[in-house]
Structures are given as C-alpha cells and as structure tokens.
Design a protein. Structure first.
Length: 337
C-alpha cells in the first residue's frame, strides 16, 4: 500500500507539474508575441487564454468567456503598412520559448541531480517549452498553421503579404467593433497577382465578402463569391475550412438552395466535427437555418436563435447578433405569409 501511495503521489506531482508548465510556458510564449507586436508598431487588442479572454471593445477592456478559445493575441497593425514586420509577429513567441529552453538546459546542466521527481519535473518543463518554441502548441493542435508556415506562405508573393496585413487588420477590427464594416475600402480590395491556392489570399477574399455583406452586398453576389472560394477548400487549414464551409452552407440555406451537395455538407460527420470545434458560435445560426429550411420546424429554429443571441452578446460578436436577428425576422415573416 505504501508503494502504491508513493506511486500515486508521484503521478499527482508530475500532473501538477505538467499543468503549471503549460500555463507558465503559454505566458512566456504570449509575452514574446506581445513584444513582437510592439516592435512592429502593432497594438494588442485581445489576449486570449484557455476559454477566457480580455478584449478591447469600443475603447474599453472587457472580460469575456467565448465558447472556445486557444492562447493567442490579436493586434491592430500599424497604420503604415511598411512598418508591418511579419517575421517578428510569426517568430517572437517561439523565440522567447526557445530562449527559455536554452536557459533551462544550462541551469539543469549546472546542477547535479539524480533521476528523481525533480528531474522529471525539469524534463516536463523543458519539453513543454520545446513544443511552444516549435509553435506546435497551441497552433497545430488546434488545426491552425504554425507561425513558420504563415511566414512562408506570406513570402510567396506581395499579394500574400498584403493579405496577411489586411486579415490581421480585419481580426483586430472585429474584436474592437464586432464586425469588419468599418474597414477602409483600400483594405478590402484584392491585390493583383494573388494565388487562389494561397490561404492568406483566400482569407482576404473572405474579409472582402464579409465587408460587402455588411455594406448591402446582394445575396447572389455573395453566393458567387463563396463559389469562388470552394476550389481552395482542400488547401485550407482546418480552422479556415470550418469558417468557409459553415458560411457556404448557411447562405445557400438562406437563399433556399437546399441541393444535395449543401445537405450533404451539413450532414457530413467530419465536417460537423470540424464546424463544432472551430465555429461553435455560428452553429446556432446554421442549425436554425437548417431546421427552418429543411426540417420546417420554425419554433425550434427560433429557440436556437435565442440561445445563439445570448452567446453572441456575451462575447460582443455584433455581426453574429445582427445576422441572428435578421434570420429571426426572416423566419417570423415567412410564417405570416
């Protein structure tokens, strides 16, 4: 019994060491990202952790709890795009983690230790920071590309680097205002010479569609734009794919285009897991549209919209709030016809 108790105690301490190492290593990684943003003239507007985040909304910092989150920062890039140093943004977090690994290895080498609990704790600490340095956590495990892949993708063309700047600007604007409607026109114009298979360029194309929709882009034009994104789906990171497939299904349902392909995409088990993992907030809107158009259950659809509005307001997702309200009005109006 004493041996079993010592074993359980050891496992408990190693588990605690893993949790603490992950939290502290994440803090170090984010500190490096923050420095990289500041060196490039960017202003941090969101600090996200594990299911919690602090966001700068309408000029004030707010505590939020989104449905899903991973540790990362969002920053407003400098007004002068020439100051935009994408290398510092992509690699600063990993560099801080790498320096931590080097310092930890040097420290362990200076201390004579036997193979005991403390050595295992040191191994866990160094391993967790090594993963951070490689940007495997939290990026790759969350279906998002590493900073190195982002940097490599941006270097393929001037259009790709422009897309990296614009999409960062769009992400920060969405945090601060809840939508991309306030983006200047020159930010949403697609640069010439872009490769449709470059996922950064595809992201900017998506920003252009969002901006157009918020400035009364007609539904046929939106559907045409979504159709143009479809050939690039198989080249996108999972997190992007979930967003674009979600939107493609939703807007086709709104237009009452309930063809076999749209229904198949909605019902596909793999795509469902993908959407639920990366776009949980928009699932209320999508499920409501499907319940209304395909199942013809208006009351159930309205209940889903009410639940979605609660979650969207909690994280100040104003675009989602507007679209949920618009969908509710559309369903209620259709019931009176």
């Amino acid at each position: 019994m004493q041996v079993a108790g010592q074993f359980l105690a050891t496992i408990g301490w190693l588990g605690l060491a893993l949790i603490v190492s992950e939290l502290v290593a994440t803090g170090i990684y984010l500190a490096g990202q923050w420095l990289g943003y500041r060196l490039s003239g960017s202003q941090v507007v969101l600090v996200a952790g594990f299911r919690y985040q602090i966001a700068r909304v309408t000029g004030h910092w707010h505590w939020q709890r989104p449905l899903t989150s991973y540790p990362h920062l969002v920053a407003l890039p400098p007004t002068d795009a020439k100051r935009f140093n994408y290398a510092s943004i992509c690699f600063s977090g990993g560099l801080f983690s790498l320096l931590t690994v080097i310092i930890s290895l040097v420290t362990v080498a200076q201390v004579t230790v036997t193979f005991n609990l403390w050595l295992m704790v040191a191994v866990i600490w160094i391993w967790v920071n090594t993963l951070k340095a490689g940007q495997l956590l939290p990026m790759m495990l969350h279906g998002r590309p590493t900073g190195a892949l982002d940097f490599k993708t941006a270097r393929t063309s001037s259009a790709a680097l422009t897309a990296a700047y614009v999409t960062q600007l769009a992400a920060a604007t969405t945090v601060m205002t809840g939508s991309v409607a306030s983006l200047p026109v020159d930010a949403i114009l697609m640069p010439t010479g872009g490769d449709r298979q470059n996922y950064l360029v595809v992201r900017q194309a998506w920003v252009t569609l969002q901006w157009g929709l918020q400035h009364s882009l007609s539904l046929p034009d939106l559907l045409t734009g979504l159709d143009r994104l479809a050939p690039s789906f198989n080249t996108l990171p999972p997190a992007d794919l979930a967003i674009y497939v979600d939107a493609t299904i939703y807007w086709n349902l709104i237009a009452n285009r309930t063809g076999a392909q749209i229904i198949g995409w909605y019902q596909d088990t793999g795509l469902q897991r993908l959407r639920q993992r990366y776009t949980p907030l928009t699932q209320y809107k999508l499920q409501a549209a499907y319940t209304w158009r395909v199942d013809h259950q208006e009351a159930q659809a309205l209940a889903l919209i009410d639940r979605g509005l609660i979650q969207a307001k909690r994280v100040a997702a104003m675009t989602e709030v507007e679209w949920l309200k618009a969908l509710r009005t559309k369903i209620q109006t259709s019931g009176k016809d």
